[in-house]
Design a binder for this molecule. Structure first.
Ligand SMILES: O=P(O)(O)OC[C@H]1O[C@](O)(COP(=O)(O)O)[C@@H](O)[C@@H]1O
Ligand SMILES: [Mg+2]
Ligand SMILES: [Mg+2]
Length: 331
C-alpha cells in the first residue's frame, strides 16, 4: 500500500509537512467513505454545540488529529471538540477544522467534505484562534465526491488538487482557480423562507420572479446541504450561496461556524476572485470572538454578493414591496 501524498511543488516550503499530513488524512477518510460501512451515519452523541454527532464525525476528527500529530501544529481546534487541544509545544501553526462537513448526507452518498483554517500559533490557544479572521495564513477544504479534491489557498490564489486513485497522490490540477462570475444559480435552504430577514426574502423573490421580475432573467436553484459541495460548485461555475440569520430559535446568526467553516471558505473564495460576506460586510473583516460562534454567510460571484448587500441598504418601503413594484433593481 502506498502512503497518500500531495504534489508539493506549488506549496510554500513552510506548509509542506502540514499539507502532506492533511492529504494523508483526506485520502484515508476518502477510503473510509468509499467503503461505506453502513454504521457511519449512526448517531453516537452530541458535540458541545448541541449538534448530533454521527460515527463518521467522530471518526474523521480522530483521523485528522492523528494524521496531524507531527505536522508542526501547536493547537488543534475542532468543531467536534469543546476546546482546542495542545499538540506539539514548538509547533508554528494553529489549525481549526470541521472534520466532516455535510454530515446529514453521510447515508445518502452525496458529496461531503472537510474544511480547515490555519493561523500562526500564539502561546495561548484562545489567542491563536480568537483574532481577526484575516490573520488566516492558509485555508481550504477537501471534497469527497465522485472525485476527491483538495482546494487550498496560502494567500496567493487558490489551488486545486485531485486525488489520483492509482497513486494515492493529490495532483495539482488547477494552479490558480478563477471563479466564473456569471452563472445565474443560487443556493439557499428555501424551506426557511418565512423565517428570513426581509432583504434576503426580497433578493430571493426577485430571483424567483425570473424574466418577469426586476432581474429580467431566469435563475436556477440548488441546495445540497453540504457547504463544501456548494462551495466547490460555485468555485467551478459561479453563482451564489446564502445561509442567512433567521427567526428560528438559535439561528440569529445563521447556522454556519465562523472559525471552522465561514472564514476558510471565504478565504478560498476571495482568493479565487469571488466575495464572501455576512450579507453586508466581508467575513474576513470580522473578528472571531467565540470558538464555536456562528455567522450568516453569503458568498459567490462578486457582483451577486454585492447585490445582496445592496438589498440591505434599500429603504424599508422598497424592500417590502412586491417585486413588481421594486424599481431599483432592474437587471
Ligand atoms: O440542514 P440545513 O439547515 O440546510 O444546513 C445545511 C448546512 O449545514 C451543514 O451541514 C453544517 O455542517 P456540519 O455537517 O459540519 O454540521 C453545512 O454543510 C450545510 O451547508
Ligand atoms: Mg460543517
Ligand atoms: Mg461537521
Amino acid at each position: 500500500m502506498t502512503t497518500p501524498s500531495i504534489d508539493t511543488t506549488h506549496i510554500p516550503p513552510r506548509f509542506r509537512s502540514l499539507m502532506l499530513a492533511l492529504a494523508r488524512g483526506g485520502a484515508t477518510l476518502a477510503g473510509v467513505i468509499q467503503r461505506g460501512d453502513g454504521s457511519l451515519s449512526a448517531e453516537v452523541g452530541t458535540n458541545s454545540d448541541g449538534d448530533g454527532q454521527k460515527r463518521l464525525d467522530v471518526q474523521a476528527d480522530a483521523l485528522f488529529r492523528d494524521a496531524l500529530r507531527d505536522a508542526g501544529l501547536r493547537w488543534y481546534a475542532s468543531e467536534e471538540q469543546p476546546a482546542p487541544l495542545a499538540m506539539q509545544p514548538g509547533g508554528a501553526f494553529a489549525l481549526a477544522i470541521d472534520p466532516l462537513d455535510g454530515s446529514s448526507n453521510v447515508d445518502t452518498n452525496v458529496s461531503i467534505g472537510t474544511i480547515f483554517a490555519v493561523y500562526p500559533a500564539e502561546d495561548g490557544a484562545e489567542a491563536s484562534f480568537l483574532r481577526p479572521a484575516r490573520d488566516l495564513i492558509a485555508g481550504g477544504y477537501i471534497i469527497y465526491g465522485p472525485r476527491c479534491c483538495l482546494v487550498v489557498s496560502f494567500g496567493q490564489g487558490t489551488q486545486l488538487y485531485t486525488l489520483n486513485p492509482d497513486t494515492d497522490s493529490f495532483d495539482l490540477t488547477t494552479p490558480r482557480v478563477q471563479m466564473p462570475d456569471c452563472f445565474f444559480e443560487f443556493a439557499i435552504n428555501a424551506s426557511n423562507y418565512r423565517h428570513w430577514p426581509r432583504p434576503i426574502r426580497a433578493y430571493i423573490d426577485d430571483c424567483l420572479a425570473g424574466i418577469d421580475g426586476p432581474r429580467e432573467r431566469n435563475f436556477n436553484m440548488r441546495w445540497i446541504a453540504s457547504l463544501v459541495a456548494e462551495a466547490h460548485r460555485i468555485l467551478m461555475r459561479g453563482g451564489i450561496f446564502l445561509y442567512p440569520s433567521d427567526a428560528r430559535k438559535g439561528y440569529d446568526k445563521g447556522r454556519l461556524r465562523m472559525l471552522y467553516e465561514c472564514a476558510p471558505i471565504a478565504f478560498v473564495i476571495e482568493q479565487a476572485g469571488g466575495r464572501a460576506t455576512d450579507g453586508a460586510l466581508p467575513i474576513l473583516d470580522a473578528a472571531i470572538t467565540d470558538l464555536h460562534g456562528r455567522t450568516p454567510l453569503v458568498f459567490g460571484s462578486a457582483e451577486k454578493v454585492d447585490r445582496v448587500a445592496a438589498y440591505h441598504d434599500l429603504p424599508d418601503a422598497e424592500v417590502s414591496a412586491l417585486f413588481g413594484n421594486r424599481g431599483l433593481f432592474r437587471a
